[in-house]
Design a protein around this ligand. Structure first.
Ligand code: ATP
Ligand code: ZN
Length: 759
């Protein structure tokens, strides 16, 4: 076994355009001894692995990656350029990382170079120019001379490809696209078809270039987000302000944001009131009113008045940086379909090579066919076998979808999550903070023993410091009435039931009617009172002193304005929804009726997990919660979605997140996922369809070599363009790109909450 210690290492890898490239990088290093947990991220151009340096040196890793044609540099060093071919002297390579040291994180990685500045573009231009020269030479020069110009054009395009093919064969990947190309083009030279060979090589280079364009587009549209954070900030120093680099801001410092400026950091408003447009972070373009104590995000725009903001996050941890990092990481999490296609191409490529050998050899030997003709057809078959379009079909769509999602405040952690979300049949909502605002208001106070002030002081004493929304609401109401909370000791939460503390030697408990009943404190009159309030959709808590009811407090948490609309939209998508709550069944019933949703009530926290598990056993379940209290339930669902505004959301705990406080983003996310899967299906159909058609025409001898590669390049173009359509998908309009809109079905809509149209 390994001696020495294994350490996690990270490099930046340049020149990767598609899933196939990433797979090559992975393949090249995976087989080296002492290498484990290889993770290649295409969008963030990152290679991470665990390395036992006793067995393989970091230099060996770098050499392996360079050998197959990519640039690699250890994090912290200057990135180096991918080596593509000898047409391109090193100094002609795009200087894509500017001067200076490697950026600290992926989020401030250099901008994507324009497609025409890339090495691949130069290769296309170079071999295209030679091809044109060769054609022109045919008009003026003798045939033998122009023959050699075509040979030269072929070699110039082919040599870099062949070198990569050999390097990959040496690390155990003999059946690559590059190898197919190399065999086909050199075979064409051997049988005396240099013109076709040159054209094939040229078209292949065009195809590679186009892949790069698609990857760059999606990468850019994510990175554009980080550009929204201003470079400088107006830092308060004493009574003056000084312009400093936004990156250097430290937590606790105060910055001034003038109207029209972008906020330079995640922070808390210290003074000033102004509308702030948060669209870069949440996708929500209606400005939000920010008052002292409100949180603001880096990148949002102050629209009205001067705000003074205290920095609460360092630049690298601000919400926008976290979103970009998440999306970049999501992109390296591969979808099941993608893995299937990988496996498929692994069988498919050797199969194509085998078939090509048979086609070349069997007809001439067995049936006396002409060698020339059948070798030619075999070479064409090799090119048809080129799985470029197929290989990029899934990642191209997923990358576009992740990008569109991020711009609309919908985050999904990778292809697997998108696939699962597209298949969801049931959505379970947590009630508090998800379907409702999560800010309950005290509506009624009734006493049994003593007066209202005394009752509220006891309740607030127990709840002070409580994190439960009901507890906080009680404290707020008590403070608003100018009542001092009683001094409590030994406070503790009774999860799913209430809270308890000791006040003046007595045990005071604030909790659900069920808890009161368990302690034998729920009299008939009290029960009737509770039922009346619950029938109005209110949550009732009872204050107990040593198990004797002192009175009750009723609170009401308003459903979000678009909650009913969201349920209706889910219905229209053919998805059933259910509300899960710890609240009493009567309260839950009233609220659920208003929203047109099923419900399960009086659930203890562990019951919620069990409810999800039993649902998940027979259906595809998405669970929506706040991501903090609901982490176990979110984890039990097929897709766990955290919902909340910006920094509130526990982005890291869920599979997906919704950054706006909009319930209708739940159907929006499902629509985006379905559109993405539809797009992927179209791409696979395009790729395989074109291959199939040209397989037939090639075998019949109707089409030849360059048509075969043109079909592959053409399919790559179509697949790329089709995937880019997803960048324009609007998740919140019912008629998506790929999925037909269906009529909203009617649902029962009772008294309490008439459905409001918010769209
Ligand atoms: N701190 C508390 N103070 C008073 N009552 C509480 C407290 N915590 C829980 N309860 C009581 O227990 C019930 C269930 O609480 P739980 O936290 O499981 O659900 P919830 O968060 O209120 O609602 P949901 O399940 O919809 O998010 C509440 O309705 C309330 O009656
Ligand atoms: Zn590629």
């Amino acid at each position: 076994m390994a001696d020495g210690k294994a350490a996690r290492r990270e490099w930046r890898v340049t020149g990767m355009d598609c899933g196939a490239c990433a797979a090559k990088v992975r393949g090249a290093v995976e087989r080296l001894p002492g290498v484990a947990e290889v993770d290649v991220a295409l969008m963030s151009e990152r290679l991470r692995l665990t390395l036992n340096e006793g067995e393989t040196s970091p230099e060996r890793i770098e050499k392996a990656v360079r050998g197959i044609g990519f640039g690699i540099s250890a994090k912290g060093a200057k990135a180096e350029k991918p080596k593509v071919g000898f047409v391109l002297p090193d100094d002609a390579m795009p200087d894509d990382d500017g001067a200076g040291p490697e950026p600290r994180s992926a989020t401030d990685a250099p901008p994507e170079p324009n497609w025409y500045q890339t090495a691949k573009a130069r290769l296309v231009l170079g071999s295209g120019a030679l091809l044109a020269t060769a054609w022109a030479s045919r008009l003026v020069l003798p045939a033998e001379v122009s023959h050699w110009v075509f040979v030269l054009a072929t070699l110039i395009g082919l040599i870099p490809v062949a070198r990569r093919a050999v390097a990959m064969a040496r690390v155990g990947m003999p059946f690559t696209i590059e190898m197919l190309m190399t065999i086909a083009a050199s075979g064409a030279l051997v049988i005396g078809e240099p013109e076709e060979a040159a054209l094939v090589v040229f078209l292949f280079a065009v195809g590679e270039l186009l892949e790069g364009v698609s990857a760059g587009k999606a990468r850019n549209s994510i990175r554009a987000l980080t550009k929204l954070v201003p470079k400088t900030a107006r830092l308060e120093v004493g009574r003056r302000t000084r312009e400093v680099a936004a990156e250097t801001l430290r937590v606790g410092q105060i910055v001034q944001v003038r109207p029209g400026d972008r906020v330079p950091c995640d922070g808390k408003v210290v003074s000033g009131t102004s509308g702030v447009d948060e669209s870069p972070v949440t996708g929500e373009s209606v400005p939000r009113l920010k008052e002292p104590d409100a949180e603001v995000f880096a990148g949002s725009i102050n629209t009205e008045a001067l705000l003074r903001v205290r920095v609460i996050k360092a630049a690298a941890d601000n919400t926008i940086a976290r979103i970009v990092r998440l999306v970049e990481e999501a992109e390296s999490a591969r979808a099941p379909t993608e893995r299937f296609i990988d496996r498929f191409s692994r069988i498919y490529m050797p199969a194509v090579v085998g078939l090509a050998v048979l086609v070349a050899v069997v007809p001439p030997l067995a049936f006396g066919g002409a060698w020339d003709e059948w070798v030619y057809r075999a070479l064409a078959l090799l090119l048809i076998g080129c799985p470029c379009a197929l290989v990029i079909s899934v990642p191209a769509s997923i990358t576009s979808a992740l990008s569109t999602g991020a711009r609309n405040g919908l985050l999904m952690k990778g292809g697997a999550v998108i696939e699962a979300a597209a298949r969801v049949t049931h959505v379970a909502f947590d009630k508090t903070g998800t379907l409702t605002h999560g800010k309950p208001q005290v509506t009624d106070v009734q006493t049994i023993v003593g007066d209202e002030t005394g009752l509220l002081a006891l309740a607030a004493g127990v709840e002070s410091g409580a994190s439960h929304p009901l507890g906080q609401a009680i404290c707020r109401a008590v403070e608003a009435r100018g009542i001092d909370p009683a001094t409590a000791t030994q406070s503790r939460a009774l999860p799913g039931k209430g809270a308890e503390a000791v006040i003046a030697g007595a045990t005071i408990c604030v909790g659900s009617p069920r808890l009161a009943a368990e302690r034998g404190a729920l009299s008939e009159t009290l029960r009737a009172e509770v039922e009346t309030l619950e029938a109005q959709g209110k949550t009732v808590v009872i204050v107990l002193l040593d198990s004797v009811a002192q009175g009750l407090i009723a609170l009401r948490d308003e459903p979000r304005a678009d909650a009913a609309e969201a349920v209706a939209q889910l219905n229209a998508l053919g998805i059933s929804s259910v509300m899960l709550t710890g609240d009493s069944s009567r309260t839950a019933f009233v609220i659920a009726e208003g929203l047109g949703i099923d419900h399960k009530s009086e659930l203890m926290p562990e019951d919620k997990v069990a409810a999800i598990q039993s649902l998940a056993a027979e259906a595809k379940v998405m669970m929506i919660g706040d991501g903090i209290n609901d982490a176990p339930a979110l984890a039990a669902a097929h897709v766990g979605v955290a919902m909340g505004s910006g920094t509130d959301v526990a982005l890291e705990t869920a599979d997906a997140a919704i950054l706006r406080d909009r319930v209708t983003d739940v159907p929006g996310q499902i629509r985006l996922a379905r559109a993405t899967m539809g797009n992927i299906r179209q791409n696979i159909a395009i790729a395989l369809g074109l291959k199939g058609a040209f397989l037939v025409t090639t075998m019949l001898g109707v089409t030849g070599l360059w048509i075969a590669i043109l079909a592959d390049t053409g399919a790559t173009v179509l697949v790329t363009l089709n995937a880019l359509r997803l960048l324009f998908f609007r998740p919140n309009t019912a008629d998506g790109l790929a999925e037909p809109a269906s009529r909203p079905t009617t649902y029962s809509n009772h008294s309490l909450n008439p459905r409001k149209d918010t769209i």
